[in-house]
Ligand binder design. Sequence first.
Ligand code: GDP
Ligand code: MG
Length: 302
Amino acid sequence: MGLFDKFKQGLSKTKSRMDEQLTGIFATYEPDDEDFFEELEECLILADTGVETTQEAIEKLRRAIAEKKLRKGADVKREFVQILTKMIKVQDTALLLTTQPSVILMVGVNGVGKTTTIGKLACQLDKEGYNVLLSAGDTFRAAAAEQLTVWANRAGVDIVKHGEGSDPAAVVFDSIQAAKARGTDVIIVDTAGRLHNKANLMNELNKITRVVRRELPEADVETLMVLDATTGQNGLIQAKLFLDTADLTGIVLTKLDGTAKGGIVFAIAKELDLPVKYVGVGEKIEDLVEFKPAEFVEALLS
Ligand SMILES: Nc1nc2c(ncn2[C@@H]2O[C@H](COP(=O)(O)OP(=O)(O)O)[C@@H](O)[C@H]2O)c(=O)[nH]1
Ligand SMILES: [Mg+2]
């Protein structure tokens, strides 16, 4: 299966929900029909696009319809696809990994899919020819390092880990020394999503970041926040916690296969002003797809 098909399949729940409704809405479009805008609004909000984002999209559509004097449903739809695509195009979606080593920090609350995503990403990068090293920075539970080891084996990449309860910053320090010695291209760091309290969690992430900056001052560092699409707007609120601490460079949206609320992608772009770089579309190692704004909107509305 090609990546675009995988992407489409992962989106099938959102698509079938939105598609049915939207196709009808555009097919029966008539100029100056207020019901049209109301139905469109409802459809977007049900998909978790968020109130503000939805209103902005609809406002833009109203303006475009007036300015371009659009009269046919198909033209209005085409215009809407362009508007939505532009709205989610914030910054570049490709990972910046030009230095040797480069670092990817995976952050986010417990259970969103950080460890799973690391396994999938390690496999992809390894296939692309990068020499990858996993760093077991979630030392909160013993099971976390074990889980990451399973993924390291599946992906066929190296891992550096310490015992349960050890200092994550020390794990990262050792990972960096190992990477320097082995000529590793990319270090992917797993982190804990749950500590005793929020301040602890933020301190820990800060400490990890400081070690990376001190040991690798020139390195490209991607800090990806993992978000669970099935938690919708709630997940987004939780996510804002990380905005203050970690210098985030992008989002990985997981479990898109398990929700009809894929509209959250638009809310993320608007409210977090960060690019979605990858989406998770299943639990298997190949179920991670690079996010492409235009393809996403096309898959959703075509
Ligand atoms: N359906 C689905 N499940 C996922 C996806 N990503 C992760 N999961 C599942 O979510 C659960 C938590 O994942 P885990 O990586 O342990 O989360 P972490 O606590 O953030 O490290 C596991 O059961 C994963 O299999 C995805 O894209 N789709
Ligand atoms: Mg984990």
